[in-house]
Design a protein around this ligand. Structure first.
Ligand SMILES: Cc1cc2nc3c(=O)[nH]c(=O)nc-3n(C[C@H](O)[C@H](O)[C@H](O)COP(=O)(O)OP(=O)(O)OC[C@H]3O[C@@H](n4cnc5c(N)ncnc54)[C@H](O)[C@@H]3O)c2cc1C
Length: 484
C-alpha cells in the first residue's frame, strides 16, 4: 500500500473478483447490478437470485399490461443479464431453498432487493369476505404471476353477489395501483386483447364487465397520490366515462399545492364540466372524502360473500385529523379490491424494522436492530422497496441503487481481505438445487413470444410455473427439423 492511500483503498488489483449476491431481480436489483458492474474498477462477480424463474420483478408482475411502453423498459436490461460477470439464478427463494447464512458463507457481500411482497390491510369488519381481494392478489393474477391464486380471483370475478355476475366493483385507495385495477376492470375485451395477459386472464376479464367501478379516496382531490397521466387515462376508456360521486366536491386549488396535485385538479375540473355520460355506457365513479367502515356480506355462515361497502363521508377537523362527516351509506359491491399499499416482509436472519416494514439501513448499509444501531454484518446492503418501503416509480430505484452501490464499493477493500468464498452457482449445482439460468430465461422469453404470435399479439405471458420450467429446459436444438 502506498503511503498516501486511504486505509481502505485497493492498493493492488485483487487476485479474485468481489463476489456479490443480489437477492431480487426487480428494477432495484437490476439497477444495482448495472452500477456495480459498470463502475467497479476491479473484477466483480454478481449472482442475481430471484424466487421466480423470470427476472424483472414488478416490471413484469406489477406494471399494468395495458402499459406496454413501461413494461418494455425490461428490454433495456437484456444486455446486462447476459454479461459474463452476472449470473441469473431464477426460481431460487432465499428463506426457502437457501438461507441467508448460505449466502454469507459463499459470498463476500449480499444486496437485498427483494421488494415489498405483502399488502396492507384496511382493518375493518368484513375485510375477509369472499369477493374481497387485495389489489396485490388481483394484480399478480392479471400479470400472470406463477404464485397468484387463480381459484380465489376467478371465483371472485365469476360469482358476483347477486348471481348476475360482477356489476359493481368498489376499489379502495387513492394511488396509481387503485387506478390500474379500476382501469383494467373498466376496459373492454378489445382494449385488453393486444396485451400480454395470460389467456385465462383475458377469458375471465372478457366475462367480467361491471357497469360501475367505484373508487374510494378517504381524503380530498388535492391529496390523492395519482400520477396525472394515469388519472387522465381513466377519461379515455373505450366504453366507460368518469363521473364524480359528489358533483359539489371542492375542486378549487388550495393555497399550497404540488405541481402534480394542481394538474390532477385541472383534469378533475374538466370532467366536472363535461357532458353527462351517455346512457348505457359504463361508469368509473370517483368518491372523495369517503372511507369504508365495513364490508357487508350475505350467504351461509363461513361462506359469506361481499354485497356492499358501508362508506362514511369524511372531513378534516380543526387539528387536521380525518373524522366522520355524516352517517355511513352503502354502495353495492359484488367485488371489493383493497389498494391501500404494499408492505415489506421479514427475511429470516436479516434485521427488519417492523414499524416501517423495511430493512434498517444507513445509505444502503444494513444496520442491526441494536441499541447503538451498529451494522448488522460487514457486507450486507439493501436497495429498492426493501430499503425505503413501497414508494416510488421504477426510475426512483436508480439513484437509490447508486447510493447502495457506493457503499458496497467503498467497503470492497475490507471485503476482499477474506479468502475467496467461491460463489454460489457452483455450490448450488453441486448440492443439486436447480436454478433457471439466463439461457433458461431466454427460452421462456422465446416461448412467450412464439405463443403470442400464434394469437396475433406480441407476447403471451406464461403464468404456470411448470410451463415456465418446461420452457426453460426445452432446448430448441432438440426439436426435430423439417428434414428429420
Ligand atoms: C401494481 C404496481 C404497478 C406499478 N406500476 C408502475 C408503473 O406503471 N410505472 C412505474 O414507474 N412504476 C410502477 N410501479 C412501481 C415499481 O414497480 C417499483 O418501483 C419497483 O418494482 C420496485 O422495485 P424493487 O426491485 O424494489 O421490487 P420488486 O419489483 O418487487 O422486485 C423484487 C424481486 O425480489 C424477488 N424476491 C422476493 N422475495 C425473494 C426471496 N425471498 N428470494 C429471492 N427473490 C425474492 C421478487 O420475486 C421480485 O422479483 C408499480 C408498482 C406496483 C405494485
Amino acid at each position: 500500500m502506498t503511503e498516501n492511500a486511504p486505509p481502505n483503498a485497493l492498493s493492488d488489483p485483487p487476485g479474485r473478483p468481489l463476489r456479490i449476491a443480489v437477492v431480487g431481480a426487480g428494477p432495484a436489483g437490476l439497477f444495482i447490478v448495472d452500477t456495480l458492474t459498470d463502475t467497479a474498477d476491479f473484477p466483480v462477480s454478481v449472482e442475481l437470485i430471484d424466487r421466480i424463474p423470470t427476472p424483472f420483478g414488478l416490471l413484469r408482475y406489477g406494471v399494468a399490461p395495458d402499459h406496454p411502453a413501461i413494461r418494455s423498459i425490461r428490454n433495456r436490461f437484456t444486455t446486462l443479464l447476459h454479461r459474463d460477470d452476472v449470473a441469473f439464478l431464477g426460481g431460487v427463494e432465499i428463506g426457502r431453498d437457501l438461507t441467508v447464512d448460505d449466502l454469507r458463507e459463499h459470498l463476500d457481500a449480499i444486496v437485498y432487493s427483494y421488494g415489498s411482497a405483502s399488502d396492507r390491510h384496511l382493518d375493518i369488519p368484513g375485510e375477509d369476505l369472499l369477493g374481497s381481494l387485495s389489489a396485490t392478489e388481483f394484480v399478480a393474477w392479471y400479470c400472470g404471476h406463477p404464485d397468484a391464486d387463480r381459484a380465489v380471483v376467478e371465483d371472485a370475478l365469476a360469482a358476483g353477489g347477486s348471481g348476475e355476475g360482477v356489476q359493481s366493483v368498489v376499489v379502495v385507495g387513492a394511488g396509481n395501483v387503485a387506478l390500474d385495477v379500476a382501469r383494467v376492470l373498466a376496459r373492454t375485451p378489445d382494449e385488453l386483447a393486444g396485451t400480454d395477459m395470460p389467456d385465462h386472464v383475458l377469458a375471465a376479464l372478457a366475462t367480467t364487465t361491471p357497469q360501475e367501478v367505484h373508487l374510494l379516496a378517504r381524503r380530498g382531490p388535492a391529496d390523492v397520490a395519482f400520477s396525472t397521466s394515469e388519472l387522465r387515462e381513466l377519461g379515455q376508456l373505450g366504453d366507460a366515462d368518469v363521473v364524480l360521486a359528489d358533483p359539489a366536491v371542492d375542486l378549487s386549488d388550495p393555497p399550497e399545492l404540488s405541481r402534480t396535485a394542481g394538474r390532477n385538479l385541472a383534469v378533475l375540473r374538466q370532467w366536472e364540466q363535461a357532458e353527462p355520460p351517455a346512457p348505457g355506457r359504463r361508469r368509473v365513479v370517483l368518491h372523495f372524502w369517503s372511507r369504508p367502515v365495513r364490508l357487508v356480506g350475505a350467504g351461509p355462515a363461513g361462506h359469506e360473500r361481499v354485497q356492499a361497502v358501508s362508506v362514511e363521508p369524511t372531513e378534516l377537523d380543526d387539528d387536521n385529523r380525518l373524522v366522520a362527516a355524516g352517517p355511513a351509506y352503502d354502495i353495492r359491491a359484488d367485488l371489493v379490491l383493497r389498494a391501500v399499499g404494499y408492505r415489506g416482509v421479514r427475511l429470516p436472519g436479516v434485521p427488519f424494522d417492523d414499524v416501517g416494514a423495511v430493512i434498517p439501513n444507513e445509505a444502503g448499509r444494513v444496520l442491526g436492530i441494536k441499541a447503538d444501531g451498529a451494522p448488522a454484518a460487514m457486507g450486507e446492503y439493501v436497495t429498492g422497496w426493501a430499503k425505503r418501503g413501497p414508494q416510488g416509480v421504477i426510475g426512483t430505484n436508480k439513484p437509490d441503487a447508486r447510493e447502495t452501490a457506493r457503499a458496497v464499493l467503498a467497503d470492497a477493500p475490507e471485503l476482499l481481505r477474506r479468502p475467496d468464498p467461491g460463489g454460489l452457482a457452483a455450490w448450488l449445482s453441486a448440492c443439486g438445487t436447480p436454478a433457471v439460468d439466463i439461457a433458461g430465461w431466454d427460452r421462456i422469453d422465446a416461448a412467450e413470444l412464439a405463443l403470442g404470435q400464434t394469437e396475433g399479439r406480441e407476447r403471451t405471458t406464461l403464468a404456470d410455473r411448470a410451463a415456465m420450467l418446461a420452457a426453460a429446459d426445452h432446448d430448441p436444438d432438440d426439436d426435430p427439423g423439417p428434414d428429420r
